[in-house]
Design a protein around this ligand. Structure first.
Ligand code: ADP
Length: 262
């Protein structure tokens, strides 16, 4: 609590008393702490790949007797770590754009069914490589008012996660349907699931249940924070249902009309 004393005077400018103003600064402090944590997280996340890139490049420069096979290994690591850096910078810029107050979604009448299909096509290779089966159950005429690029990003992020956190013989069900008011998309996997006590935290920036696994699959820890922002910018909401070791279902609900009439 911060206390400020403000004097007040009568018409003859005589001091009549003091008004004490109590500011509850705990919320401000909290915001400041979140900001500090964020900066610390970003620094840490950026430092790790850079340290590794620099280290391997140095080794290659210092020692010219490294055999070609080893060189290739080092270069592969450098390539992967640069790739990581690139995704991280991309996601950070996205998030910062979304969090700025003036951020506007670009609303148009769009066909959601085709966005879902396009997104599924994009992740097909990744799914094949990991032996994950994609099962699609999407009605044809799902139209809504929304931002096509952003919504595609939402669907892709959910699909990437469902595939990344799958187990052997994974299956990912994607379904979309609507009622009078809401368009609903569910992405259901039979993957590793999320411990119940941690479900509430997965939308936080950089929060990961398993740091190692997330890194291994190229995760930045920012995907779901971005998803939540975009869904809420559409006046929608996101829900998660997950059982540790069994699988997870992410559901997004979007109002069919947003600003525009049908
Ligand atoms: P990441 O880049 O690490 O995947 P996200 O913000 O997309 O970051 O997700 C945050 C964390 O939530 C992940 O690190 C993972 O622990 C958990 N998570 C997200 N989606 C799933 C899923 N489908 N199954 C299991 N865990 C998941």
């Amino acid at each position: 609590i911060e206390i400020v004393a403000v004097p007040f005077f009568n018409e003859s400018r005589e001091l009549r008393g003091l008004v004490f103003v109590f500011h509850d600064i705990s919320e401000l402090k909290q915001v400041e702490q979140i900001r500090k944590d964020f900066v610390a997280n970003v620094s840490h996340e950026l430092k790790t790949p850079v340290t590794s890139i620099k280290g391997f490049a140095e080794t290659m420069l210092d020692d010219d007797s490294i055999d070609p096979e080893m060189l290739r290994k080092f270069l592969t690591i450098i390539y992967k770590e640069s790739d990581r850096l690139q995704s991280l910078i991309h996601d950070l810029l996205e998030l910062s754009k979304l969090e700025r107050d003036e951020f506007k979604i670009n609303l148009n009448r769009i066909n959601f069914s085709s966005i879902v299909r396009e997104s599924v096509t994009i992740v097909k290779d990744m799914a094949n490589k990991r032996n994950v089966e994609l099962i699609l159950d999407v009605n044809d005429d799902l139209n809504l008012t929304g931002d096509e690029q952003r919504l595609k990003q939402v669907i892709l992020n959910l699909l990437y996660n469902a595939i990344s956190y799958s187990k052997k013989d994974g299956k990912v069900h994607v379904s979309a349907y609507k009622n009078q008011q809401w368009l609903t998309l569910t992405v259901k996997d039979n993957g590793i699931g999320i411990p119940e006590s941690l479900i509430g935290r997965i939308f936080e920036r950089f929060y990961r249940v398993d740091q190692g696994r997330s890194r291994e699959t190229g995760g930045t820890g920012l995907g779901l924070a971005i998803v939540k922002h975009i869904v809420e910018a559409h006046d929608g909401f996101i829900e998660v249902d997950s059982q540790y070791g069994v699988g997870s279902t992410f559901t997004i609900n979007l109002p069919i009309t947003h600003g525009l009439t049908n």
